[in-house]
Write a protein that binds this ligand. Sequence first.
Ligand SMILES: *Cc1c(COP(=O)(O)O)cnc(C)c1O
Length: 421
Amino acid sequence: MSSLGEADRKRLLADSIAGKFPDARGRFGPFGGRYVPETLIPAIERLEAGLRTHLHASDFQRELADELQGWVGRPTALTHAKRLGARWGADVWLKREDLAHTGAHKINNAIGQALLARRLGARRVVAETGAGQHGVASAAACARVGLPCTVYMGEIDMERQAPNVGRMRLLGAEVVPVTEGDRTLRAAVDEALRDWVADPLGTYYLLGSAIGPHPYPYLVRELQTIIGREARAQLLERTGELPDALFACVGGGSNSIGLFHPFVADASVEIVGIEAGGRGPALGENSASLALGRPGVLQGAYSLLLQDPHGQIQETHSISAGLDYPGVGPEHALLQAAGRVRYEAASDDEALAAVLECCQSEGILPALESAHALAGARRWAATHPGKRILIGLSGRGDKDMPTLQRTLIAQLEAAGRRGAA
Ligand SMILES: *Cc1c(COP(=O)(O)O)cnc(C)c1O
């Protein structure tokens, strides 16, 4: 927000460090809030009251901790990436959310909200999904707690992500194709909201990232900070020190806020979020809402969005489906405006190169989303020799095999044929 004066910026920074956001109105400074139709207000207020009662209550936290340990597989490892570090001239540590059940950080949020839904007396859960990762996590979490689950998914995404549709069905979820609007994630969120309004008492809406109307950005952050709290304690135990810099990829912003939030008050730690730079900075070629967006309202919150000069939401592009979203969670817009977190973009090609480097240096196949964080960290290390870098590895790359086959693997095979000739 260029209109923000220096005094405003300093106040936002001090309040961010003091942990004052969201405020009582669900705002993160100028961002966030609750821009929803009148019909949704009772459902959202009921959710907010439920959070006040349960989220930080010791019996709920005990139940959640049990599931995180016994079912999700937490704590996830903190891996010292020694060969990657030697290549970059840095001390590199990876927080391994790829090792969490279902292969990414999304399960932390899904199981937390599914347990909450059961506490609130919901009879069924609805969720939206884009690439299908949140749909799979929701279906798994609902099976675990014994609640029926309906997942809305754009029909274009259902075609592109057929294996995840099958996974959701195996896990007992009903997958409903969305044929309205853009027939992708944005339309799926709208459809899930409509379903929720129809029966706000019996239905729980399990939202998948740190976006949407208050209290979702807050709720999702609280469920994902387990990433940063574990990583902070693990790194302190292993090295006795905090990292010099933190990196995570930013789609809607849930794995990144989960890693960043427990470090916001640590002034010595530089924090960098990496968005999808796609094919370049032109509108429609990327998903870099923080770097290139303008303020506006999307799906219930005021934040930064990729829109044309008339305020029309733009089509976005990223090689990684999980980063391909025209908006971003309001807390990231705040942290950028306050000057606490810097946001940069990594391109499709940089992400692909980072996948290969991570595979061959560390024996870890990262998700294409996570590879953006690796690419951003690598670039930073080149100008900051000898620093300790903590990177959030949000998920594993097995789901990306079709894309990797067409790109990296095809190149490796072509190089192999040239070598043999
Ligand atoms: C969904 C996803 C993301 C992006 O979502 P955030 O809410 O920004 O974390 C990143 N990485 C992986 C592996 C994902 O599945």
